[in-house]
Design a protein around this ligand. Structure first.
Ligand SMILES: *[C@@H]1O[C@H](CO)[C@@H](O)[C@H](O)[C@H]1NC(C)=O
Ligand SMILES: *[C@@H]1O[C@H](CO)[C@@H](O)[C@H](O)[C@H]1NC(C)=O
Ligand SMILES: *[C@@H]1O[C@H](CO)[C@@H](O)[C@H](O)[C@H]1NC(C)=O
Ligand SMILES: *[C@@H]1O[C@H](CO)[C@@H](O)[C@H](O)[C@H]1NC(C)=O
Ligand SMILES: *[C@@H]1O[C@H](CO)[C@@H](O)[C@H](O)[C@H]1NC(C)=O
Ligand SMILES: *[C@@H]1O[C@H](CO)[C@@H](O)[C@H](O)[C@H]1NC(C)=O
Ligand SMILES: *[C@@H]1O[C@H](CO)[C@@H](O)[C@H](O)[C@H]1NC(C)=O
Ligand SMILES: *[C@@H]1O[C@H](CO)[C@@H](O)[C@H](O)[C@H]1NC(C)=O
Ligand SMILES: *[C@@H]1O[C@H](CO)[C@@H](O)[C@H](O)[C@H]1NC(C)=O
Ligand SMILES: *[C@@H]1O[C@H](CO)[C@@H](O)[C@H](O)[C@H]1NC(C)=O
Ligand SMILES: *[C@@H]1O[C@H](CO)[C@@H](O)[C@H](O)[C@H]1NC(C)=O
Ligand SMILES: *[C@@H]1O[C@H](CO)[C@@H](O)[C@H](O)[C@H]1NC(C)=O
Length: 683
């Protein structure tokens, strides 16, 4: 009320200064009929008040409406053709509402300057003449995040008549090619049309738009060669070489060409792009001797990802001059040789992935890398074929910031190295697919940040250590809340959610499911009841070991479990009936054991197939279509107490909103960690 009063006072005062005009009658009627088609809980336009005072409206000195700006007001309905009667409208901003219906093609586009209908649900096509009609004045046009279809209208303009600075068509369903005509828009700074179904090749004249700072066309179906100006073209089918002319773009800061089909080597002229901050060429068919490229002028380079190409040579020594580097990913190439001590010059280095190359001398590599005090992610998997796993007393108390350590798939020999026990910040440990012998050390269960352990496919023997049942991150919510950072990693981690599945991209550690993978080893003895304390565990795989004895009832306390695989052991007794309370279980197998008795029913159990129970001659129940005799039905498994089951309902209630995604994720038998980690949701 006060602000209205002030506005009235101001208007009153300004009426003395200029000859005050109240709202033009045609404009007022147009606005009222616009309002008729719009449903809004809050818009309070009343005809008894001067329309120039209405919320979201501004007028010029003649009382003509120039601004209609009601972003984020929960508006639904459609935009009435009466908007065309607002012939002096220069600013239209109805972004972030729920408007549906068609593009307001009646709009008087002659004077419009700022046009923002982004983030609605508008449909249909944009009239092909729109950019011709809105002659001269249009500076900014944003229709991103709608459901527009058809072609992007063409821009044919003379050089003097185009003052466009911003064009944003992204996140719609546009088809067809990018129209020509942008070249005459010498002031164009941003052109976005990412995430559509745009096809064809890039029009050449786009490179004539000399002010262009951002060209964002990722996730489309563009094809053909690329010309000299390229910034943001990732996830397309672009082919050919990175053009020599790239070296002319000395001001280029971000070059994203990942996930395309580019071939050839890095053009030598690229070394002139001395302002590069981020370079991502991952997943192409690039090749050539990486050590022959001179990176030393990239003083500002912070992130480089050349992964999944076919580069050869050794780790390029000129990269050691790029002192700003924080993230280096050269994994999945053919890089050979040893890591050089010079790497410690990269003082800010926090992410290093060299997985799947041909590096040698793991012990020397780790020794050198202890000098990189800021390392938080270290991926060296699939190198060092058959060497001894690095184990040296001098590695203790190194890596004060290491959160991720992956040394898998290298046929490493030796035992789980004890220096790992001092990595206080370690959250993720992958030593799978090696030839590690000995037992699982109990100290693993005391590591304060660890929540993802993969020791699968090794030669480990001995028992499941009871201490592992006390793993702080999986036991105590308080501990978990303290430790896990949700910060975005500089580059994603590529981790297969399943041994046979393709890699998933993880941009933060929070989204990784808390897991223990011990399958395919020689572990024996019984599964300790302490396992029941790991409340936050989501994936547990103990399959293909030599575990014996009963399946502990306590596993039914792991109410966050999504995958439980106990197959291929020597387990006997019954499947605890309380397992039917594991509401999130989407994958379950006890195949090839020595179990007997009734298979629990209810809960998730009706979704499991016969194969998950096969190889246990004594099992019976509806699922496997074998009826039980009277004796086997007398279960010795206690029914959960009332308080316990109501707790489960609470958990179920808290996470019920995501159950749908989780069920979809399990369709097809492949597990995807879709469910938002309940551990972190409840924090
Ligand atoms: C209309 O609502 C806006 C925002 O809620 C408020 O600032 C304005 O004073 C109201 N105008 C009238 C005429 O009630
Ligand atoms: C406003 O526009 C509508 C639709 O274009 C038209 O039918 C109507 O006559 C116009 N109203 C005024 C007051 O000009
Ligand atoms: C429209 O309004 C939104 C929300 O206030 C704002 O972020 C956006 O910049 C505006 N659009 C234009 C073109 O000014
Ligand atoms: C267009 O609008 C969307 C949603 O409001 C916004 O995220 C985007 O930054 C805008 N585009 C430009 C180029 O400003
Ligand atoms: C660009 O402008 C020139 C004149 O300045 C004109 O001849 C040409 O047709 C325009 N190009 C397009 C695609 O409109
Ligand atoms: C790229 O081409 C392949 C084969 O022609 C096709 O399967 C794929 O969908 C295309 N990808 C895109 C993003 O257009
Ligand atoms: C790079 O930017 C500088 C400063 O903005 C400018 O003077 C120079 O012309 C630009 N170079 C190119 C090739 O665009
Ligand atoms: C990628 O390039 C190769 C040749 O380098 C070609 O055979 C293949 O068809 C291309 N794939 C796509 C999807 O364009
Ligand atoms: C790669 O280039 C470096 C530096 O030019 C050179 O020393 C090395 O021999 C080259 N390696 C191969 C395999 O060509
Ligand atoms: C790389 O370029 C820098 C600067 O031009 C030069 O000093 C250095 O000798 C070059 N290094 C190699 C290995 O060619
Ligand atoms: C990678 O390069 C090597 C030789 O440099 C070649 O033998 C191999 O076929 C290439 N691999 C791919 C996937 O292009
Ligand atoms: C690894 O490097 C160290 C230090 O450079 C060296 O002493 C050792 O012999 C190397 N080991 C192998 C197997 O090459």
């Amino acid at each position: 009320m006060l602000s209205l009063f002030l506005k009235l006072v101001l208007l009153f005062l300004s009426c003395f200064a200029t000859l005050c005009k109240t709202c033009n009658q045609i404009d007022k009627e147009s606005l009222l009929s616009i309002k008729l088609n719009i449903y809004s809980p809050t818009i309070n336009w009343t005809s008894s008040v001067d329309c120039c005072l209405w919320e979201g409206i501004e007028c010029d000195a003649n009382g003509r409406v120039t601004h209609l700006q009601l972003p984020r007001r929960d508006l639904s309905g459609s935009i009435s053709p009466s908007i065309g009667n607002l012939t002096h409208l220069s600013h239209l901003n109805l972004s972030h509402n729920h408007l549906s219906g068609e593009f307001p093609s009646s709009l008087s586009s002659k004077v419009i300057r700022l046009f923002d209908l982004s983030g609605n649900n508008l449909q249909g096509t944009i009239p092909s003449s729109f950019f011709q009609l809105s002659a001269g004045n249009l500076e900014s046009f944003n229709v991103s995040k709608n459901s527009f279809t058809g072609l992007i209208p063409s821009f044919s303009r003379t050089e003097t008549s185009c003052i466009l600075r911003i064009l944003d068509f992204s996140n719609n369903d546009f088809t067809g090619p990018i129209p020509p005509g942008l070249g005459n828009c010498s002031r164009l700074q941003v052109f976005r049309a990412a995430c559509n179904f745009i096809s064809g090749s890039l029009p050449d004249d786009i490179y004539a738009a000399t002010s262009l700072e951002e060209l964002s066309l990722h996730v489309n179906s563009l094809s053909g060669p690329i010309s000299n100006t390229i910034v943001n073209l990732y996830s397309n089918n672009l082919t050919g070489f990175i053009p020599q002319g790239i070296g002319k773009l000395t001001n280029l800061t971000h070059l994203y060409l990942h996930v395309n089909n580019l071939s050839g080597s890095l053009p030598p002229s690229m070394k002139n792009c001395i302002n590069l901050i981020k370079l991502n060429l991952r997943n192409n068919k690039l090749e050539g001797n990486l050590s022959a490229f001179n990176f030393s002028m990239f003083r500002h380079l912070g992130t480089i990802d050349l992964g999944s190409n076919n580069f050869t040579g050794s780790f390029p020594s000129t990269l050691y001059s790029c002192k700003s580097l924080t993230a280096v990913r050269l994994s999945r190439n053919n890089i050979e040789g040893e890591i050089s001590p010079e790497i410690v010059a990269l003082e800010s280095l926090s992410y290093l992935s060299l997985a799947q190359n041909r590096l040698t001398n793991a012990t020397a590599a780790i020794k050198i890398l202890t000098g990189c005090k800021n390392l938080s992610v270290l991926f060296l998997c699939k190198n060092f074929k058959g060497e001894m796993i690095p184990d040296d007393i001098t590695f203790s108390y190194a890596f004060p910031n290491l959160q991720v350590l992956a040394l898998s798939k290298s046929q490493f020999q030796g035992q789980v190295p004890s220096w790992i026990s001092n990595l206080r910040k370690l959250q993720f440990l992958d030593l799978s697919l090696n030839q590690i012998t000995g037992s699982i050390p109990g100290w693993l269960g005391t590591m304060t940040s660890l929540f993802y352990i993969d020791l699968s496919y090794n030669l480990l023997s001995g028992e499941f250590p009871k201490e592992l049942g006390g793993l702080p991150m999986l036991v105590s919510e308080l501990q978990a809340a303290k430790k896990i950072g949700a910060s975005r990693l500089e580059l994603p981690l590529f981790i297969p959610p399943n041994i046979n599945a393709s890699n998933e991209e993880y941009y933060s550690l929070v989204s990784l499911p808390p897991s223990i993978f011990l399958q395919n080893n020689g572990l024996s003895g019984s599964i300790p009841i302490e396992i029941g304390q790991l409340h936050f565990l989501q994936l547990l795989n103990l399959s293909y070991n030599k575990f014996s004895g009963n399946i502990p009832n306590q596993i039914s306390k792991l109410t966050n479990l999504e995958r439980l695989d106990l197959s291929g052991n020597n387990l006997s007794g019954e499947i605890p009936a309380s397992f039917s309370g594991l509401y999130f279980l989407s994958e379950f197998s006890v195949a090839n054991n020595n179990l007997h008795g009734l298979i629990p029913s209810g809960g998730q159990f009706h979704t499991f197939s016969i194969s998950n129970f096969e190889g246990n001659p004594g099992l019976c129940g509806d699922i496997i279509e074998i009826s039980c005799s009277i004796q086997t039905r007398t279960s010795n498994n206690p029914v959960p107490s009332p308080s316990e089951s109501s707790k489960k309902e609470l958990v179920y209630g808290l996470t019920a909103g995501v159950v749908f995604g989780f069920i979809i994720g399990s369709v097809g038998g492949i597990f995807y960690p879709i469910r938002v980690n309940s551990l972190f949701r409840t924090l």
